[in-house]
Design a protein around this ligand. Sequence first.
Ligand code: ADP
Ligand code: MG
Length: 348
Amino acid sequence: MQQPKNLTPVSQLGEFGLISRITRDIVLRNPTTIKGAGDDAAVIECGSKCLVFTTDMLTEGIHFDLVYFPLKHLGYKSAVVNFSDICAMNGVPKQITVSIGLSSKFSVEAVEEMYSGINAACEKYGVDLVGGDTVASASGLVISIAALGEAVKEQITYRNTAGKNDLICVSGDIGASYMGLLLLQREKKIFLESPGVQPDFSDKDYLLRRHLLPEARADIIRMFQEFKIKPTSMIDISDGLSSEILHLCHESGLGCTIYEDKIPMHPVARETARELNLDSTMVMLNGGEDYELLFTISQSDYEKIKDVQQVSIIGHMTDKEKGCYLSSKNNVLHPLTAQGWDAFLKGK
Ligand code: ADP
Ligand code: MG
């Protein structure tokens, strides 16, 4: 749509610019609203506990392509990405509502297939599906899930509370989901050009799983409880490591240094990046949708976490004035930039 001269196209601000514009003047009127917009989930006081509340929407053609995204997997992923935001607050997901917009191409069976995935995710994470909304959509499928979780007030972990010299940690490995996406897109292209050709995904199961069936790191939240660790800040990695680290730094008013050789990448993801002629560090920094947790801990918790298999320490927080940098394998400092997922930016 052509914008009249005096109006600003959304692409000029991008997703984060737009969110900050529409949320900057929000007035919170209820003392029970402890945290409004600006974190992975809102925090609401409720008796002796807090509720954490989040929502995420996925739209066909932007977030998923039904040519290669099975509906059951889509249902599973739509629920899990919300659980991940609850985990990123150090909370436990408990309930969801599911709202769907359906174009006329969808059958009852297709919707049931998607719900079988949502139900499987709810079963795995011990969550109740408590309602939703169903509407017609002019084109394609829209799925919007809202999740409620519980947390003890003192244990809730925000984005803006990292401290100088805190250690930066990441769970699992990153970059694999993006590699899975690129493989699926490549096979779709080949399929459209020569429909008879069967996709060759030999040895790439891990990457496809990471993209189509991600998990929320509820196990890491349990580990924090078990080891009595309270992260000083936390966010989940949906848009890309670089973008999420910059959120923690910006919100906490700090800088950071992360080390290229410490960032965890699965060998299959590394090998696939090589096959696709991509720089694996760029993939780790900017490939999104891994739904791992990025968090900071105080140095005094180092002993508690150093031997946890599923956690890598990748750097530390610094003074804001020092800026945000990646230290390369040969000790050259590169400024971190947010090149992760933003569907609104031009050229995406
Ligand atoms: P995440 O990647 O963790 O899901 P987002 O980047 O989508 O988070 O959103 C960042 C913050 O902005 C969240 O706190 C979210 O609730 C808020 N937000 C996003 N879109 C809107 C909107 N349209 N109106 C109000 N708040 C919004
Ligand atoms: Mg998040």
